[in-house]
Structure formats: structure tokens, C-alpha cells
Write a protein that binds this ligand. Structure first.
Ligand code: ADP
Ligand code: MG
Length: 673
């Protein structure tokens, strides 16, 4: 497992870790950034950078505590920067405090650096093939093994000071346990590498070491200063400062010499490795530290600025030289092996990446603005990450903004439409009540006029001078009655009386009745009824009225003849039963389509239409929770589709309204009382 892991739920999608990760070892999955173990170089940049604390390093405290409890002797090997991590006290007060925790011996890792420097001197004496990458930094080793394996032959096969000292101590005291403390997170990874395993038993950052002190209640300031244990180093204490390692090996860099290069900092290291990989540069030896010297490591403590830390390390080197009474023999096995750990990642060509951007974002080359909001410096690099499954499409800010704009526009449009529908339905309700009121008032006097005029007409002969006028009175009164009947239909909002209905039978019955009541010729009627149609719970007489209105309109639209087709079908996707009424008549103009369902909209001549048929039909279908759709082409014909949901909710909103209305204010109900 990687020494740096992610707490998924804390990730706030700022993509800062992707932006800052020098190895691009972050994968975004379900919107959460995660460390990809195979690509991670354990540099700890994301630990420093993530403000949400979504990245955590592997802890070493529990192993260290267990060793202190169980092991006979536990050595603490201290990276030289400890003087900068615990400032404000004498360096040797810190050493005493660590002894109080139970560590012993407490040894300076700088001695390991002296051993390593010796190994470098020997290596360089053999005139190896240049350039030699000489580094004590595990992050640089990871970078080469994972991302630049072509440079593996250039890595000096020498261990780091931590490993050299661990081996030195254990070679002399095999049962000794060794805990390393330093500013580096990658050391936690280094100690587990196959060719180095066993030299060190636990790695603590200085931050963790401070925690250990706090837990045990040890106060450094109260400890009496006491020297570290032998073997004692001297000059090698500067190795955490850039160029320190070469200085100890006697290969000091010089501004006038270009064959020895010291490189530090993530960006410069990457540049140098790219250059070396491309065969550029003529340095014989390159010393590399991934941070700005180890004193800039992510596990540093003490809160000092970088120049102050550097000063403290240099001061300590110069002022605290210990003469060793019995000089230890300065040898340990310092050799190591490296391995090619580059993961197999699919690669894609420019054309493929361009296509990918087009596919996901509808991007053309002009849209590739390389804004960097996704964490990748260019749109192409982001596309490559997408291709490799390391990124998700939703990470693109310009794309998200554009999509949000569209959605906003859509919902604004929907809002306007809903508002219009609301106003319309309020108007309908008011109009319905109004019409019902008038219709009731007119119906009775109209009945009287019709009764009296009809009986008068029966009493007089056809040659009577008033016969013609009286006949007109009867005819017009009958027309008024028909209009009033339509009005009452439109206004009626009585409770639905649902029953499980065979829709096919209902359609056939309506067609039969219409055929009996009006001459269809020259219209041809076709029925195309789905025999598998499920039965539906509906108010059969009122749904019959809807079909009748549509059929009558269709016949009206085909004065010169045509074909009327009634189809029933089941729509599995929307879970509806659909009745299509299709004609080959005049068709409806675009302008009229929007007004079709408004009450009193008619194009028929006086006396032929009231414009209430469709308004009434829509009202009834909506009460069933359904809808009526229309498609029409001028000169070709029209199709109305009645859509009734298969699953009836207890009561749908339209029906509920109508039922409430029926209980309180239904005109029929009032009349019955
Ligand atoms: P009416 O039939 O009394 O005119 P409707 O509400 O039933 O009232 O119909 C309104 C108008 O819609 C009709 O006058 C006609 O212009 C148009 N219309 C309805 N159905 C059709 C159809 N199948 N073909 C062409 N126009 C139609
Ligand atoms: Mg009509």
C-alpha cells in the first residue's frame, strides 16, 4: 500500500493535488481524488497542499511504541535536521529527551552519510559511465524507478545514509531495533523496498516524534544536555543541505565547474531528469534532492523558515564537533539494487485525444484553452488522463459552466411555461364556473321557449304567415340548447366514476354510435386495435365523450372524404395506454395549434361549432392523469393521441381537484339538493 492515502469523503474537488502532484499520481473517481499507488513517488507534496486534510501518510507511531515496549534495545537514528525541528533548546537537550522516551542508543544519521560518502569516493574512483545520479533522496529514486526507468543505469548503486547507518548498527548488534526520525515521508516507503528491508524497523517524521514526546509528557527544556551516542559524525551533518553529500565525498560543486551539478526542488529535478533522459547535459555527477534540501521535507516540525533551518544545521555542524575516543571502524554494506517500476499505461495519439475532447465536451481546437482548472496544465494532458481512466469528464470547469448555463436557460423556459399553464388553468376554472352559472340560468327559460314555440308550431299550418318565423325560433332555440349543453359539459367537474374498462370495446362502441348519428360517407373508418391492450381503470362514459369529440372533429376536417383511423396501443416506456385518432383531412396551421384547446376557439362556421369540444376533452383526460398530444400537417391530416397512464395513482392532482370541487361546489350536486 502507498504511504500516502486518501480520505475520500474529505475531498472537496479543488484538484489542487492533481495540479501540484509532480508525478501526476492522482486519480479522480466518483468526484474523489485518490492517490494511485503505482505512480506515487511518496514526495508528500499533496500532504502539504491539501487544505481539507484529505491526504494522510502512513503512521509509524504504533510500531515505534510497540518496539519501545517489547524490544530489548531500540536505537533512534536522528536525521541532522533535528536541530531545526526542535529549535529553542540545546540540541543535546533534545537528545536527552529522546533517551527519556526509552530510546538508546541515540545516534546521528550523519554518520551514515559519512559511510555513504566513502562509498561514493570508491565509486567515482572507478570512473563510472557518466552522468552518475548521486542521491540520498528516496523520492528521486522513486521518480527514476517509476517515471524515468531509462535512467536506472545512471543511479549510483549506493544506499541512503538512513539505510547505511541502520545496517552498520545491526551488523554490530543484531538484536537492536532501529527507529529513524527525520523530515521525510518517503523514508517510510524506502524502508520497505525489497533490497533495503530489515535495516530500519520504523520511520517517524519529526512531527510524530514530537507527538511521542507530548504523549509521554517529556519536556525537552527540562532535560539536561547529553551527547548523542557513537559513532559520531562531523562534516556529514550538512548532507540535508543541497550539495552536502558531494561536499562530504570531496566532490564540491563549484560555479565554474559544470561537470558536478546540484539540483534541488521538484520542478528543477523533473527538468534535469527529462534532460538526462533526452541525452542532454554534460554533468559527470548530479546530486539531487527532491525538496529544497531535506530540511524542507513534508515531515518537518519546528515552524521555522527555510533559511533559519539551514542556518541551524550549518551552525550545529560547525560548533558541535565531538571527538570520538574510540573511533568506530567506518564500514558497512552500502550497496543496493534498483528496479524498473514503470506501470503499463495506455498511450493515445494527438488525433485520438482531440476526438476524446470532442466526444466528451464538444470541444474543437479553439475550445482548448488550457485553463488548468482540472489540475492538468493542458486540455490534451487532461484528455490523456481521461483516456487512462485517471480523470473524469466532469472535471472540466468551462464545460460545467456551459452546461449550467444551458440548464439554467432550460429551467427558465420551463418556469415560464409552467406559469403560463397555471394562469391558463386558473382562467379555465373561473371560466368553467362562470359558464356553468350562465348555462343553468339560461337552460330553464330556454326549455320553456322551446316547449311553447314547438307546440305553437304544431298548432298552425304550414301556410300560416308566421310559420316560417316560428320554425326559425324553434331551430335557433334548439341550437342554443346544444350550446348550453356543451357549456355544461365543459364546466362540469364532477367526480370521476372509474371502472376497469376495455378501451378497445369503448373505441368500437363510440365509432358505432357516431356512424349511426351522422353520415360518414365518403369517410372510410379503420380500426387498428391492439388485442393485448390491458384494461384500464377510467370513467368510461366521459372517456367515450372525449373519443367522440375527436372523431367528430376528424370527420369535420374531411369534408371531401378521407380515412379516419383509430389505433390503440400500449407504450411500455411511459407505461401508458394510447388512443390515436388519425385523419387525412385539412390539417391545422401552426398558429391554430397553440389555441386548439382554448375554450371557444373554433374555425367552424356559425352554428357548426362552439369551440368547446377539445377544451372539454383535455379537461377530462387530465382528470385521469393523462394528456392529449396533437401532430398535424396542413393539407395532409392530423393525429390526436389520448394518453392514459396505466398505473392510476390513488387520485392524481387533476382528479383530486375535481373531487374536492364535486363535494363542495358541483353545480349538478347543488341542483340535486
Ligand atoms: P369545435 O369542433 O366546436 O370547433 P373543438 O374544440 O372541438 O371545437 O375544435 C376546435 C378547433 O380545432 C376546430 O374548430 C378546428 O379548427 C380545429 N380542429 C380540431 N380537430 C381538428 C382536426 N382533426 N383537423 C383539423 N382541425 C381540427
Ligand atoms: Mg368539436
Amino acid at each position: 500500500m502507498s504511504v500516502i492515502t486518501t480520505i475520500g469523503t474529505k475531498c472537496k474537488r479543488c484538484y489542487g493535488c492533481i495540479r501540484n502532484c509532480p508525478a501526476k499520481a492522482i486519480k479522480v473517481q466518483n468526484g474523489q481524488a485518490q492517490v494511485v499507488e503505482e505512480l506515487c513517488i511518496a514526495c508528500g507534496t499533496c500532504l502539504k497542499q491539501c487544505r481539507q486534510g484529505a491526504k494522510v501518510m502512513e503512521e509509524g507511531l504504533s510500531t515505534a511504541k510497540e518496539l519501545l515496549q517489547r524490544a530489548a534495545r531500540v536505537a533512534l537514528t536522528l536525521a541532522p535536521s533535528f536541530v531545526a525541528a526542535f529549535p529553542g533548546v540545546h540540541p543535546w537537550q533534545a537528545v536527552s529527551a529522546f533517551r527519556e522516551l526509552g530510546f538508546g542508543p541515540v545516534v546521528e544519521v550523519a554518520y551514515g552519510a559519512e559511510l555513504v560518502a566513502g562509498a561514493y569516493v570508491e565509486l567515482l574512483a572507478q570512473d563510472p559511465q557518466p552522468p552518475v545520479i548521486a542521491t540520498a533522496c528516496p523520492v528521486v529514486v522513486n521518480l527514476v524507478e517509476i517515471h524515468f526507468p531509462e535512467l536506472l543505469p545512471n543511479l549510483a548503486p549506493v544506499v541512503s545514509p538512513m539505510i547505511a547507518l541502520g545496517r552498520y548498527l545491526k551488523e554490530r548488534e543484531p538484536w537492536l531495533s532501529v527507529v529513524f526520525a527525520g523530515p521525510c515521508v518517503a523514508k517510510k516507503d524506502e524502508m520497505k523496498r525489497p533490497s533495503l528491508r530489515g535495516a530500519v524497523d520504523a520511520v517517524l517524521t519529526f512531527g510524530e516524534l514530537q507527538e511521542l514526546l507530548d504523549c509521554a509528557g517529556v519536556d525537552m527544556a527540562a532535560s539536561a544536555p547529553a551527547k548523542p551516542d557513537p559513532p559520531h559524525p562531523w562534516l556529514a551533518r550538512v548532507f540535508p543541505v543541497s550539495g552536502g553529500l558531494l561536499k562530504v565525498a570531496g566532490v564540491a560543486p563549484d560555479v565554474l565547474r559544470t561537470d558536478v551539478a546540484c539540483v534541488e526542488g521538484p520542478e528543477r529535478c523533473l527538468q534535469k531528469l527529462r534532460a538526462l533522459s533526452g541525452g542532454n547535459g554534460h554533468a559527470r555527477i548530479v546530486d539531487m534532492l527532491f525538496c529544497e534540501g531535506c530540511i524542507d521535507g513534508p515531515g518537518m516540525a519546528g515552524g521555522l523558515a527555510l533559511p533559519e533551518r539551514r542556518q541551524l544545521v550549518v551552525d550545529y555542524t560547525r560548533q558541535f564537533r565531538i571527538t570520538t575516543p574510540t573511533a568506530p571502524d567506518g564500514r558497512a554494506s552500502t550497496g543496493r539494487r534498483f528496479s524498473d517500476r514503470r506501470p503499463l499505461l495506455p498511450s493515445a495519439g494527438d488525433e485520438q485525444l482531440r476526438e476524446l475532447l470532442g466526444l466528451h465536451y464538444d470541444f474543437g481546437p479553439e475550445d482548448e484553452i488550457d485553463c488548468g482548472a482540472c489540475g492538468y496544465p493542458t486540455c490534451r494532458e487532461k484528455a490523456l488522463a481521461l483516456y487512462r481512466g485517471l480523470a473524469e469528464p466532469d472535471m472540466c470547469l468551462p464545460y460545467l459552466l456551459r452546461r449550467a448555463d444551458h440548464r439554467l436557460a432550460d429551467s427558465a423556459e420551463q418556469l415560464v411555461q409552467m406559469r403560463q399553464e397555471l394562469i391558463q388553468s386558473e382562467k379555465m376554472a373561473a371560466l368553467g364556473q362562470f359558464s356553468a352559472g350562465i348555462a343553468h340560468e339560461i337552460n330553464n327559460p330556454l326549455g320553456a321557449i322551446l316547449l311553447l314555440s314547438a307546440s305553437l308550431l304544431e298548432e298552425i299550418d304550414e301556410d300560416h304567415p308566421s310559420y316560417g318565423e316560428l320554425k326559425t325560433i324553434v331551430k335557433e332555440t334548439e341550437r342554443c340548447r346544444a350550446i348550453v349543453a356543451d357549456l355544461l359539459d365543459f364546466a362540469r367537474q364532477s367526480r370521476l366514476r372509474r371502472e376497469v374498462t376495455d378501451v378497445n370495446a369503448l373505441v368500437a362502441e363510440v365509432v358505432e354510435v357516431v356512424t349511426l348519428t351522422r353520415p360518414l360517407d365518403p369517410v372510410m373508418v379503420r380500426l387498428d386495435l391492439d388485442p393485448q391492450l390491458p384494461r384500464v381503470s377510467l370513467d368510461a362514459p366521459r372517456m367515450g365523450q372525449v373519443i367522440r369529440n375527436l372523431v367528430n372533429n376528424a370527420i369535420d376536417a374531411m369534408p371531401g372524404g378521407g380515412v379516419l383511423t383509430l389505433t390503440t396501443r400500449r407504450n411500455d416506456r411511459t407505461r401508458e395506454v394510447v388512443i390515436d385518432v388519425h385523419d387525412t383531412g385539412t390539417g391545422i396551421s401552426r398558429a391554430d395549434i397553440s389555441r386548439l384547446f382554448s375554450p371557444f376557439f373554433t374555425t367552424k362556421p356559425m352554428g357548426r361549432g362552439t369551440g368547446l369540444g377539445l377544451a372539454t376533452a383535455l379537461g377530462i383526460v387530465r382528470m385521469h392523469g393523462g394528456d392529449i398530444r396533437v401532430a398535424s400537417e396542413l393539407g395532409k391530416g392530423t393525429q390526436f393521441s389520448i394518453r392514459i397512464p396505466l398505473v392510476q395513482h390513488q387520485t392524481n392532482p387533476g382528479e383530486r381537484e375535481a373531487n374536492a370541487h364535486a363535494q363542495g361546489q358541483d353545480p349538478d350536486h347543488r341542483r340535486r339538493q
